[in-house]
Design a protein around this ligand. Structure first.
Ligand SMILES: Cc1cc2nc3c(=O)[nH]c(=O)nc-3n(C[C@H](O)[C@H](O)[C@H](O)COP(=O)(O)OP(=O)(O)OC[C@H]3O[C@@H](n4cnc5c(N)ncnc54)[C@H](O)[C@@H]3O)c2cc1C
Length: 295
């Protein structure tokens, strides 16, 4: 780690950003809101030679919706804009809720969802909801783009699938089927400005009869080195009928698949007890939302 002064560049266009990043990615860090990055630099956990500030690039801002592709959120969109967006509230209310619970108002007006996922903390607010939505990431570099399901983005603690020179350009949340909903639940040590000790995003899709389970996704945070889906449990729940047996199987399943540790926020034992409770509440909320959507 070097102790040289850090250079700073603020490109005026996406094209200029891509060209600088392509040339200097090895030594550079992308600066979006800076709410994680500045902390790491100040604590001397990171010492990049160059910061490339993309916080004001108009090409990376905005939220749109179309019925085929769903909701698209550009990477530089502020968490506060996601929290307030009528499109997000209508088509992805659990994401609006998660955004509203990230940090403080001041933090939310600086922070971005791209920064939230690229920092890759297992306790982060938005990854469980994005995993529950089966979000697709648009990843770009100078001269090319690729898409990646978010389920393949988090590789290990603070490590993502981004390759050198790549950046996150946009998030796509596919449209929800008629009998489906997503919910988000979290537990922290206090009501605001806390890092979650546990969180979960749930997706529930019912069959035409309204009681059989077509598909479930359960994405857990703070119970392992990354936020991840309880895929074994998800498979077991497919085809079951909504009822006590279903909820019990979901709660037991996530406890089996969770691998929490003891840390400053909670013991592993406590997390194992509470993750099942959060799972039940999240699935109940999905059911409630499905009921509301069907009127
Ligand atoms: C007081 C305080 C409270 C907080 N509370 C919470 C909380 O409750 N929940 C929570 O989840 N987080 C919380 N955070 C952490 C932080 O605010 C979030 O993780 C935030 O979303 C980070 O976004 P950012 O735009 O500020 O990222 P930055 O700090 O700018 O960047 C973070 C990382 O992502 C990389 N990056 C940024 N954008 C891109 C991109 N487009 N492509 C590739 N890489 C990129 C950066 O290079 C860096 O490595 C808190 C932080 C503070 C200071």
């Amino acid at each position: 780690m070097h102790s040289e002064p850090i250079e700073y560049e603020k490109p005026a266009s996406l094209r200029e950003f891509e060209s600088i990043y392509a040339a200097k990615a090895e030594d550079a860090k992308i600066l979006s809101g800076g709410t994680d990055l500045h902390v790491l630099i100040k604590e001397k956990l990171l010492a990049p030679r160059l910061l490339i500030d993309i916080s004001d690039l108009p090409e990376l801002r905005g939220i749109s919706y179309d019925p085929v592709r769903g909701v698209t959120i550009m990477a530089g969109t502020k968490i506060a804009e996601i929290e307030r967006s009528p499109l997000v509230k209508e088509h992805a209310p659990a994401l609006a809720f998660a955004a509203a619970n990230l940090g403080s108002n001041q933090v939310r007006w600086m922070a971005t969802m791209a920064g939230n996922i690229c920092h890759a903390s297992p306790a982060a607010e938005t990854p469980p909801v994005l995993l529950a939505h089966d979000c697709e990431l648009l990843i770009a570099r100078q001269g090319g783009e690729r898409t990646l399901p978010i389920s393949r983005f988090f590789l290990s603690y603070r490590k993502t699938a981004l390759e050198t020179g790549e950046y996150v350009k946009a998030f796509r949340l596919p449209p929800l089927p008629a009998r489906a909903a997503v919910s988000y639940r979290f537990k922290g040590l206090r009501k605001a400005m806390e890092i979650d000790m546990l969180n979960i995003g749930a997706y529930l899709e019912l069959g035409e009869d309204g009681t059989s389970v077509n598909e479930v996704r359960l994405a857990m945070g703070s119970v392992g080195p990354v936020t991840y889906r309880a895929v074994v449990t998800e498979q077991k729940l497919k085809g079951m009928r909504i009822g006590e047996e279903f909820f019990a199987a979901a709660c037991d399943g996530v406890v089996q698949e969770a691998t929490p540790i003891d840390d400053v926020r909670a013991s592993a034992q406590y997390r194992n007890r509470v993750i099942g409770v959060l799972t039940r509440r999240a699935l109940e909320e999905c059911l409630h939302r499905i009921g509301e959507r069907r009127g």
